[in-house]
Design a protein. Structure first.
Length: 122
């Protein structure tokens, strides 16, 4: 069984509709967000920020088992892409997820992964 079309034909109205929708999107920005979260360390940090509303850089470094500089670098990357925000309190820097949409995105990814694992086990 071939997993591709055996003849070439396409639905012109569907193709045009999707192409028009693509023109309205910032696909590059969306891909960049996935690329940033594709890093295992940054995904651990994002997940940690789903578990706790706010963590300081020291907390994050301990959670991921890294130096402060490494944790800070990853948190800054998440912030630059609009996935996290931070605030200073004295000499401490606290990070949190930018908004509930980011939290939902991480939670959906987690739920989906659990479902995939459950299906693979059966």
């Amino acid at each position: 069984m071939k997993d591709s079309c055996e003849i070439y034909c396409y639905d012109e109205s569907k193709v045009r509709k999707v192409q028009d929708a693509l023109q309205q999107q910032n696909i590059q920005g969306m891909a960049k967000m996935f690329k940033v979260l594709a890093d295992e360390t940054r995904m651990k940090i994002a997940f940690a920020l789903c578990e706790e509303d706010e963590l300081c850089v020291c907390d994050v470094a301990n959670i991921i088992g890294s130096s402060l500089a490494t944790a800070s670098h990853h948190l800054r990357t998440l912030k630059q892409l609009g996935l996290a925000k931070y605030r200073k309190e004295g000499k401490l820097a606290f990070y949190s997820l930018e908004d509930d949409q980011v939290r939902q995105f991480i939670q959906i990814a987690s739920t989906h992964d659990k479902e995939l694992m459950a299906h693979a086990a059966t």
